[in-house]
Write a protein that binds this ligand. Structure first.
Ligand code: CMP
Length: 140
């Protein structure tokens, strides 16, 4: 299985509730290694740019406001099939649809306040990782 890297964000609803350690434990238990991590207060322009792909969706403004409402933890996770593995660990975008044992089933409050973001493809993972991290910050 290929070793991949994916971008993860622990979102404001989770940082506010002091859940970062519990969420990181889920990643590590699943075999994902946290090779970079930093706590940031996103600016509006950073959040708008990061989620630009959704700019025509009706939820875009609310999503940007939510993502700047408190600090986030941005992370790079590495492991076998890390992009898909992380999406499996996170669970469905809407916590109502998420499987038992997933992060979103356990912690998410709504489809917006859904505790975590994870890249949806290897191509987007590379773009999203370079949005937040320089190569020198990725330490295996
Ligand atoms: P995320 O994986 O960060 O990618 C885009 C985010 O938009 C998504 O998680 C959700 O938190 C948020 N969002 C809010 N409303 C919706 C919606 N109706 N459909 C999809 N995503 C939504």
């Amino acid at each position: 299985m290929p070793i991949e890297r994916t971008l993860s964000i622990i979102k404001p609803d989770a940082t506010k509730r002091n859940l970062t350690g519990l969420i990181n434990a889920k990643f590590e238990k699943a075999g994902l290694r946290i090779i970079a991590q930093k706590r940031l207060q996103l600016t509006r322009s950073m959040a708008e740019k990061f989620y630009e792909i959704h700019k025509d969706r009706p939820f875009y403004n609310d999503l940007v406001n939510f993502m700047i409402s408190a600090p986030v933890l941005v992370q790079v996770l590495e492991g076998n099939n890390a992009v898909k593995l992380n999406r499996d660990v996170m669970g469905a975008t809407n916590p109502d649809d998420a499987d038992e044992g997933t992060i979103r089933k356990e912690f998410a409050k709504s489809i917006e306040a859904n505790s975590v973001h994870g890249s949806d493809s290897l191509e987007n993972a590379q773009i999203e990782i370079s949005f937040f991290f320089a190569n020198i910050e990725l330490v295996v």
